[in-house]
Design a protein around this ligand. Structure first.
Ligand SMILES: [Zn+2]
Length: 478
């Protein structure tokens, strides 16, 4: 019998509110600084005082277009502003200016890395944020500094089938927005707020299940756990034959429970109507094309390129999940390391050293420039591979430069051919039996002799040069 989970199909769509990287607010000149002293970054416009007229922030519009294009959306030449009404103490106007039936952009898609799944993007629209309530045990205070901060809302189609895919979708979306510079997308600061809606239906059923929506999730962990919980709850209710009511929940991270917040409003509850104080947002195609031209290389294209250049899938996975590692890695390439060198020395050797020292990349004492110096010493033959390993360990320990430590530790490779020959001579004399075997055609024995020489040289020579010296000497004696 199939398991309970496999008899049901999970369908997830996600809305994300992204704070756009602008200096001023969406419809006024107030500075965006939500950490400023409460209620100091406000004006009649963002407080919605009578007679105040909003004006659209062009930078916010450009950032919205950038994000839309990167997601493969069609940017509409005309979009319109609307008022969305609801009551909340942090919303002094009593409505939020947003886009409703004429959004900035529609119809894109995002491929989940390594998952063979594409999630369609329904729309991307611009809007303004509300203020913030600050609760204490005795009172609730309100800070309007965040009122009117520009947001993009990105709405996916319900193409996501598990918590794991939701996680992958959000990570990729966040990475794209950060690559574009559209948003810092710092989750713990509320710059990237996720609202998944989840429904479950018996496999094979045409009709969609009833949705549970989770509000304002600010970490990937909260999304994963919240979605998993919603799926479990819904399956349990379906098994019990209970009726499911469309509900909006808050995720209680400590109790690991979904707390019902309200039975979901419908669009009619918001009494949307056209914003009378703002003209439609009209764009020129040339303006959109220009932004499209200026887009940087996007994460998916970058991964494809690195794979073509020889980086393994596992390495690509590491880099795509850890932006600071990716930064370091790309910096190495920029400063002249090859993909193979960067992968060996950063993702393999340095990562191993950090694991041993129980350090993260932020504590790692080797800056990109010094890592490149080490790679270049190795490339020029001034340093051998085993010596380079020791040198990197010392650099991580002492935080000093590659050249300085190489000299001080006397790790430079022996390249003096006279000296190499002397060592080769000594090893040949000390090992007559292997040498004889080599002469009899067992050429593999040379590896042993090279090893003996390297030991004598404390690893400080190029093994190829040593091999060369050995075979020349033996040949001479024939
Ligand atoms: Zn203002």
């Amino acid at each position: 019998m199939p398991s309970k989970e496999s008899r049901y199909e999970v369908i997830i769509g996600i809305e994300v509110h992204v704070q756009l990287n602008t200096l001023s607010k969406m419809f006024c000149r107030c500075e965006v600084d939500v950490d400023a002293r409460p209620n100091t970054k406000v004006c009649p416009i963002c407080l919605g005082l009578p007679g105040a007229l909003p004006q659209t922030n062009d930078t916010a519009v450009k950032l919205g277009i950038k994000a839309a294009l990167a997601l493969g959306c069609k940017v509409n030449l005309e979009s319109r502003w609307a008022r969305k009404h609801y009551f909340s103490p942090d919303l002094p106007k009593g409505y939020q200016i947003t886009q409703y039936d004429y959004p900035l952009a529609t119809g894109g898609s995002l491929d989940l890395p390594g998952m063979k799944r594409s999630v369609r993007i329904r729309r991307l629209h611009l809007e303004e944020d509300a203020g913030k309530l600050i609760h204490s045990s005795r009172e609730t205070l309100v800070d309007f500094n965040r009122c009117g901060v520009p947001l993009a809302e990105i709405v996916s189609e319900p193409d996501i089938a598990s918590a794991l895919q939701a996680d992958a979708y959000l990570k990729e979306l966040r990475l794209i927005l950060r690559t574009l510079g559209v948003s810092d997308a710092e989750m713990e600061r509320g710059h990237f707020r996720c609202e998944p809606n989840i429904s479950v239906r018996p496999r094979g059923q045409e009709e969609m299940g009833v949705r549970s929506e989770i509000k304002n999730l600010n970490s990937f962990k909260a999304v994963r756990e919240g979605v998993e919980r919603a799926v479990e709850d819904q399956i349990a209710w379906l098994e019990q034959g209970k009726e499911i009511v469309q509900t909006t929940y808050l995720w209680d991270e400590k109790a690991r429970e979904l707390r019902p917040m309200r039975v979901k409003e419908t669009a009619a509850d918001y009494r949307y109507f056209p914003e009378p104080d703002l003209p439609p947002l009209i764009l020129e195609q040339s303006e959109i094309d220009e932004i499209k031209e200026s887009l940087p290389e996007l994460p998916a294209a970058k991964r494809k390129r690195l794979f073509k250049e020889g980086l393994s899938k596992q390495d690509i996975q590491v880099l795509s999940q850890e932006p600071e590692w990716e930064d370091y890695f790309l910096n190495l390439l920029e400063k002249g390391a090859t993909v193979k060198e960067a992968s060996t020395w950063l993702l393999n050797e340095a990562r191993g050293i950090m694991a041993e020292r129980r350090e993260g990349l932020e504590e790692f004492k080797v800056p990109v420039e010094e890592m490149v110096n080490l790679i270049m010493l190795l490339r020029s033959g001034e340093l051998t591979r085993p010596a380079a390993k020791g040198l990197l360990e010392a650099m991580a320990e002492k935080g000093r430069g590659a050249k300085e430590l190489m000299t001080r530790m006397d790790l430079g490779a022996v390249s003096d051919s006279g000296f190499l020959e002397k060592v080769a001579r000594k090893i040949i004399d000390a090992n007559p039996e292997p040498v004889q075997r080599y002469r009899n055609g067992k050429t593999g024995v040379i590896g042993f002799l090279v090893g003996q020489c390297m030991k004598e040289l404390r690893g400080k020579a190029d093994p190829n040069a040593v091999r060369e010296a050995l075979s020349t000497l033996i040949a001479k004696e024939d």
